[in-house]
Ligand binder design. Structure first.
Ligand SMILES: Cc1ncc(COP(=O)(O)O)c(C=O)c1O
Length: 485
């Protein structure tokens, strides 16, 4: 038997064993069919794609539907009334309504605002939230930098900023402590609480129940749903956050460059935009230096929206509805649980663990984003650049670094505030110098994240890649400089 046939046979045997241990997996068979037809490029290129939290993948059919729509129609800039413009406006408003429907958000309660990405949505809130002295911005340690950055708007305007810590090793918020933070509001002031529904670092699912708890104490709630919505249902008829940020490419791969801010109408009315631009006003005068804002979503969409890409959002949402978000959720739960268990059980010959997983070790209240490091038998962390090199050889796409989530990284790697205060990132310092200066054992963690096209074969091949680190005593000295965190 050729080595390729032997490999195929062993992959098939492993899959058969997995399926018999997880009979419920067959209920997600529609996704196997989708993988075979709409994601054939993954297998023809022998890809193991495990960076869905970085970016989702699109189905072939999304592209053909979108291209057909563009080929068959003439679309003009929507800021006009001519026939081609009217067609763009019609599709734009249809997409807006479809987005609200997908998230089960009542149009009486919510507005959907199109942004370039989740970051664009977060920035809209940050720059326009009416922070003043005495106001309060509360956020969890576990946040993407696009939420952390809002603190700079808050601080510049004299508002107080407070972080709610997570606790290692689970990397969750200690819920008995949360009320202490939530009660720190002042009656007449603006209070904004921001947290991610799912951590893009550890996969922790932070409770959506916090939304109502925070409301009860007078907080407006900004929910970063970017890492949550690709594999979980966000039902805005059940949960009522004031602001929600998401990127569509993370949900269904295509198009990039489009995200949304879902905002409750009363919360939107609270925002004070620091400027106006084309598209956001009804009228502006030069001699009077006066402008009249456009109502609703239009006031928040600067310039010309991405009107040729936006119709593809409806196509992507249709795909998720056709397959069923609940099916995707069930699929990544079974696969993620298997991966968590198998990676956690990977051992060197001396019995020591070959991997250390950050965050929840079981499938309770977590999503399919798993952060880990590989370890040498003597306990040292395997340099993540070497992990990248081996992953490349196996055609496995993973993410390494801190995933733009420094708060969770600081906790996962036990970096104290004192260490950070002592070791400033100085001018002209390279990332390698900094990693050395603060005594980090590596340049960050490794992240595997699952999504709608993941199958068992991907994980099996991932475990073969991980097995290369068993009994690895050292890494070569020719690793490239680190370029970004
Ligand atoms: C939780 C979370 N928030 C925000 C973002 C920023 O998303 P984008 O880069 O699409 O703006 C990401 C991206 O990974 C994320 O995972």
């Amino acid at each position: 038997m050729s080595p390729a046939d032997a490999e195929l046979q062993s992959l098939r045997a492993a899959e058969a064993a997995f399926r018999s241990e997880h009979p419920g997996y067959s209920e997600t068979a529609a996704l196997d069919e989708l993988r075979r037809t709409d994601f054939a490029r993954l297998d023809s290129g022998r890809h193991v794609y495990l960076d869905y939290t970085g970016g989702g993948l699109y189905a072939d059919s999304q592209l053909s539907k979108h291209m057909a729509l563009l080929r068959e129609n003439v679309f003009g800039n929507p800021h006009s009334v001519n026939p081609t413009s009217a067609l763009s406006t019609e599709l734009l408003e249809r997409t807006r309504a479809r987005v609200l429907e997908f998230f089960r958000a009542s149009p009486e309660e919510y507005e959907a605002i199109f942004t370039p990405n989740a970051t664009g949505a977060l920035r809209l809130v940050g720059e326009a939230y009416p922070f003043h002295a005495g106001d309060h911005f509360l956020l969890t340690f576990d946040n993407h930098n696009s939420v952390n950055g809002i603190r700079e708007f808050a601080r510049a305007r004299g508002a107080e900023t407070t972080y709610v810590p997570s606790v290692a090793p689970e990397l969750r918020v200690d819920e008995s402590l949360l009320p202490r933070y939530l009660t720190e509001t002042l009656g007449d002031h603006h209070n904004l609480f921001a947290y991610p529904a799912q951590s893009n670092f550890s996969g922790v699912l932070h409770p959506l129940e916090w939304i109502e708890q925070a409301h009860a104490h007078g907080w407006d709630v900004l929910l970063d749903a970017a890492a949550y919505v690709p594999t979980n249902r966000l039902d805005l008829s059940r949960w009522h956050p004031d602001y929600v940020a998401a990127s569509f490419y993370k949900m269904f791969g295509w198009p990039t460059g489009v995200g949304c801010l879902l905002a409750r109408r009363d919360a939107l009315a609270k925002l004070e935009r620091p400027w106006f631009s084309g598209g956001t006003i009804v009228a502006a005068f030069v001699q009077r230096q006066y402008y009249q804002s456009a109502p609703g979503a239009a006031h928040f969409e600067d310039g010309t929206v991405n009107y040729l890409s936006l119709p593809a959002v409806e196509i992507g949402l249709d795909l998720l509805d056709r397959v069923g978000l609940e099916t995707i959720h069930a699929r990544v739960a079974v696969l993620g649980d298997w991966l968590l268990e198998n990676l956690g059980e990977l051992r060197h010959s001396d019995g020591s663990p070959a991997a250390i997983i950050y965050g929840p070790q079981s499938w309770q209240q977590r999503g399919a984003t798993i952060a880990f490091n590989l370890r040498h038998p003597d306990g040292r962390i395997v340099d993540e650049r070497y992990v990248d090199r081996i992953a490349h050889r196996h055609n496995v796409s993973l993410r390494t670094g801190c995933f733009c989530n420094p708060g969770t990284g600081e906790l996962a790697f036990t970096i104290s505030r004192e260490t950070l205060v002592g070791g400033e990132f100085g001018d002209g310092m390279a990332l390698d110098d900094y990693v050395r200066a603060i005594g980090l054992p590596s340049g960050g963690a490794v992240r595997a994240s699952l999504g709608l096209a993941t199958n068992f074969n991907d994980l099996n091949r991932f475990m073969r890649f991980a097995a290369e680190f068993v009994d690895l005593t050292d890494t070569p000295g020719d690793l490239p400089p680190r370029v970004a965190c």
